[in-house]
Design a protein around this ligand. Structure first.
Ligand code: CA
Length: 227
């Protein structure tokens, strides 16, 4: 009887070790997996991304967005100005934008253009960002074609530092595609499945339009920084 329970214990112990090892293997693989549904434990790297606000602000908000996405336009028109007024102008928080071209070829074209403008003159990037979203047709007809090379050239025509020849080349020959692919790798790493997705440090905001939730997280992050 005693021997029997000892054998049982050995079997259970072996099973427990097996489960623990399997769990470790699964968790490790999860970290290496480029397409993960779970948010990465580390904040998104914003290296090489356009930054709005003070570059040395202690807290960064990262938007994963798409110029072709109506909800992203709505977020930029409603939530973003509040963030600028309450957190960004003071230098406490800055804002980075990462392309997530979810809406087909037009999304890709818009992202290629944004990367070209940022590469040619970072100081006009946010102006371009704003007029590109403003050019998006009303939500009801957002499926209509509007992002074209002609349109993108028109939007930059009053920006002397943006070369139309360079922009045309970047779009036609997809010369800024490596930058767009870098963004793609980043959104996949952080399990972004919808646009806009807002991440603050390592926290993904469940509803990007819930300003109170964003405020709560920002205030907590800022008080942790000031401690
Ligand atoms: Ca980018």
């Amino acid at each position: 009887m005693k021997k029997n329970s000892g054998a049982k214990f050995a079997v259970i112990l072996t099973l427990m070790i097996f489960v623990a090892v399997a769990l470790i293997v699964v968790l490790n693989n999860k970290d290496d997996e480029p397409i993960s549904e779970t948010s990465s434990k580390t904040p998104p790297s914003i290296e090489g991304q356009p930054i709005f606000g003070e570059t040395d602000a202690p807290v960064t908000i990262v938007e994963f967005g798409d110029f072709k996405c109506p909800a992203c336009k709505a977020w930029g028109d409603t939530v973003f100005p509040k963030l600028v007024k309450d957190y960004i102008e003071s230098g406490d928080v800055n804002f980075a934008y990462v392309n997530v071209p979810f809406h087909g070829q037009e999304s890709v074209l818009a992202a290629l253009a944004a990367e070209s403008v940022y590469e040619q003159d970072p100081s006009v990037y946010w102006e371009f960002h704003k007029i590109l979203f403003s050019s998006q047709p009303e939500t009801a007809k957002h499926d209509e074609l509007w992002v074209t090379i002609e349109k993108l050239l028109e939007l930059t025509s009053n920006m002397p530092s943006i070369s139309p020849e360079k922009l045309t080349l970047d779009l036609e020959q997809e010369l800024t595609m490596p930058k767009v692919e870098k963004d793609t790798a980043l959104y996949k790493k952080h399990g972004v499945g919808v646009t806009p997705t807002i991440i603050i440090k390592d926290k993904k905001i469940s509803d990007p339009f819930d300003y109170e939730e964003i405020k709560k997280i920002l205030d907590a992050e800022l008080s942790a920084v000031n401690e």
